[in-house]
Design a protein around this ligand. Structure first.
Ligand code: GDP
Length: 292
């Protein structure tokens, strides 16, 4: 794919730097600016720049092309420190999907169902965000697009844990491979929401192991979005991150910042509103697109 097609590519910001003949003080300032504006955050920017300065000294190079290669290697090595593999071997493999409203949770569940169907797995979706009737209907539309069955609440406001229970029960009865549970994302009632998630977990764990708890984050909100999601990280037992809207974000650096700050691996990446726009996370490909 062409560099220019990635809004989060650092290509433009780095072009001037790498067009020079030699690495100088301005190079380091430019690199720092480029990383900060791509939302790597001050801590990751500092440590990346420090590491690169040390490498440049160690190899006694002044060639910007070497620096570019080192930047690619450093970012890739850092991103690959956490394992992005989804653990879905249990039958059924139960996946809880959590996150603040509007981040792309429903869309992600639909895309993920399709992604799993493409890999030969059958899926049932549980609509455990039971207070918003519109959310249930939206999820039903996405489940259908993704080729998944759905278990809906019998009435609005039904206990979300009971919907989760019925969904796992359906999977066990019908031999369905994967259970995806959609959950509420009302931040206004943070402690209520965390209690609700804890109850869903307790009820499911009586029936089956929870394979993954995926936290969906909107990449366009960058570090602010992460602050909003901290309650989930503290209380919901998150095992993996899904970054959505990377297609619409100039904040590619958020990808590394979020992994280093949370210590939780990115497992899936959403790059569009279509059913096929969800992929696994591959540090090598990501860094190629980011750095060029
Ligand atoms: P929820 O409230 O978390 O369930 O969010 P939705 O799934 O309803 O998504 C909110 C909006 O984000 C919708 O307009 C989606 O089409 C959009 N969206 C979700 N994922 C992506 C993505 O990867 N890229 C883009 N561009 N838009 C997305």
């Amino acid at each position: 794919m062409a560099e220019s097609s990635h809004p989060w590519s650092l290509g433009g910001a780095l072009r001037g730097m790498f067009a020079k003949k030699t690495i100088d003080d301005e190079t380091w300032d430019d690199l720092e600016d480029a990383l900060i504006s791509a939302d790597f955050g001050p801590d990751v920017t500092d440590s990346v720049v420090t590491e690169l300065r040390a490498s440049v000294d160690l190899f006694r190079t002044t060639d910007p092309a070497d620096l570019k290669r080192m930047l690619r290697e450093t970012l890739e090595e850092r991103l690959a420190r956490l394992d992005p593999t989804l653990t879905l071997s249990a039958r059924p493999a139960v996946v809880l999907v959590v996150g603040v409203n509007g981040v792309g949770k429903t869309t992600t569940i639909g895309k993920f169902a399709k992604f799993l169907a493409n890999h030969g797995r059958s899926v049932v979706v549980g609509a455990a965000d039971t207070f918003r009737a519109a959310a249930v209907e939206q999820l039903a539309t996405w489940a259908e697009r993704g080729g998944a069955q759905i278990v809906k609440p019998q009435q609005q406001g039904q206990d979300p844990a009971s919907v989760a229970f019925q969904t796992v029960e359906r999977a066990q009865r019908d031999g369905i491979d994967i259970v995806l549970i959609d959950t509420a994302g009302r931040l206004q009632t943070k402690s209520g929401l965390m209690d609700e998630l804890a109850k869903i977990r307790r009820v499911i764990e009586k029936q089956a192991e929870i394979a993954e708890v995926l936290l969906v984050l909107d990449a366009t909100t960058g570090q602010n979005g992460l602050a909003q999601a901290e309650a989930f990280i503290e209380h919901a037992g998150v095992t993996g991150l899904v970054l959505t809207k990377l297609d619409g974000s100039a904040k590619g650096g958020f990808v590394l910042a979020v992994q280093e700050r949370t210590g939780i691996p990115i497992k899936l990446v959403g790059q569009g509103e279509g059913i096929g726009d969800l992929t696994g996370f591959t540090p090598h490909v990501f860094v190629q697109n980011l750095v060029g």
